[in-house]
Design a protein around this ligand. Sequence first.
Ligand SMILES: [Zn+2]
Ligand SMILES: [Zn+2]
Length: 232
Amino acid sequence: MSISYCLICKEQVDLQITWKSLIPGSETNTCDSCYQTLVKINMPTCPGCFRPQNNHDLCPDCQSWEKDTAWKGILERNVSVYEYNDAMKEILSTYKFRGDAALVAVFEKDFYISYKANFKKKSIDATIPIPLSPERLYERGFNQAKLLADFLPLLQLEVLERTHHEKQSKKSRHERLSSSNVFSITNRSIIEGKNILLIDDIYTTGTTLRHAAQRLKEVGAASVSSLTLIRS
Ligand SMILES: [Zn+2]
Ligand SMILES: [Zn+2]
């Protein structure tokens, strides 16, 4: 039996033969205590953005997007897998900013399960990972959204380009809404009539995803939804 290490804390994982380890695809890549720090979002959530809340109504944020004629119906809905707690912040910073790409394997099973539970019935024609700008991709060495998209058994299209990068977090909501769209499309004709699932690591304000969705709708996408790892 090979020795296995937890991808999060790097401690050796105690490999016991349990019913779980006999199921194909359920290999342990985290220790139990690390895995338990990842909190999956439980219902009820906002039907628009998956924000955990006490009812099933569209949250005030989503209502204001839908009231704006420029953004109404641009993003059909977002689904997220995990809550953004302190443990997740730590894991995400290791993953993204310290370049630990191997960590993504921790999320594979839950990401796939969430896709199946929320999108299987509705046919999705293709996924599109939210791209990084070329300079950011060079810095980081990998696009975390693409690694997540690789977990799904769907055609993946890389037709979006990020024309320039701005630190969105430093702007107010109003500035974000009115800032120009950072995305452009490299292959317009293959989007027409397609149901697209955008993939990203985190849904914060929904601005990035809506900007990408706006470009896709402009070239004839039938619908654009998103699956994100975390709802902050
Ligand atoms: Zn661990
Ligand atoms: Zn919402």
